[in-house]
Write a protein that binds this ligand. Sequence first.
Ligand code: ZN
Ligand code: ZN
Length: 360
Amino acid sequence: MSLVPASRAKRLKARVREMGLDALIVTDIFNIRYLSGFTGSSACVVITPENAYFLTDSRYETQAISEMPGNFKLKIYGSNWIDGANELFKRLKPALAGFESNRLSYDLHAKLKKAVKGTRFTPALDVVREFRKVKDKAEINYIRCSIEALESGFKEVKRRLRPGVVEKDVAFCAELAMRKNGAERLAFDSIVASGPRAALPHGKASDKAIKKGEFVVVDMGARLDGYNSDETRTYLTGKPGALHKKIYATVLEAQLRAIDGIRPGAKAADVDTAARGVIKKAGYGKYFGHALGHGVGLEVHEGPALSPLSKDVLREGMVVTVEPGIYVPDWGGVRIEDMALVTRHGCEIITKTDKMLCLL
Ligand code: ZN
Ligand code: ZN
């Protein structure tokens, strides 16, 4: 793990100033990692227009020193950095402090309010998340490495998936391959959903044995150096019938149509509409309930959102999934998911596993 660039905290200081804040309290652990490189699980970052403070407890002292770029003022507080934040606030006396309203504990909020009587608190939820939507070169490289580990898992799926095999066993073999190829952990619980279970968009691998003539949706992800990957393929055990062919072809066409529309300046909602339109036209609109895709980075689900209500506009350097699906209750389903990197003029599909209907 190399140091994160000092420019991230610097940029945030400028943003804090622009927003008219005297301080921004960052308590989301993924945002903290993004800004400081800290890979531990308990810390707080306070950004003022002039300074970047990093607060943690003594368990993490050595780690924080080695992971962090030099532009942070490191403060170590016994066993609880909340007291440290309290002290820092007493000293800074910010008039207006932004905080991440979905991540600031009640406890910390109460203490900070007590520490400085005059401070006004205002939610500033998406400041760092907005930065994280666009990946830099190093982040893209981590994501590519994460995908490599993930795709060793898909090779294993192709080798193992047969009628008679249990879903969980397929997942286990794939997960082992991912770990052997560099994944530090899974990005999420692997989905191996066969037959009628393939109609569950999030059907975790179960004890069900895979039968002949079933669609099997396999959705997996790896995490490497903190960065995630996420990909889905659907397999068919046996010969395809007319309905298998039609549904698979529709999902694939929807996905390709969406990918065609991914470029800087494109509205994320329009990319969703492109895919949704293909599925609606084929008569399966009500069987595609979820959003088309999401950003992937330090979290497996982050911004931007590719959904009908999304306000995001795509920019070069964003990494998004494109994952249309059709789920027919009690029958089965198909999802095809790739990761796209938005490039200067379009996009690059950075997941490489073959996506023609794979018959097993
Ligand atoms: Zn997925
Ligand atoms: Zn996904």
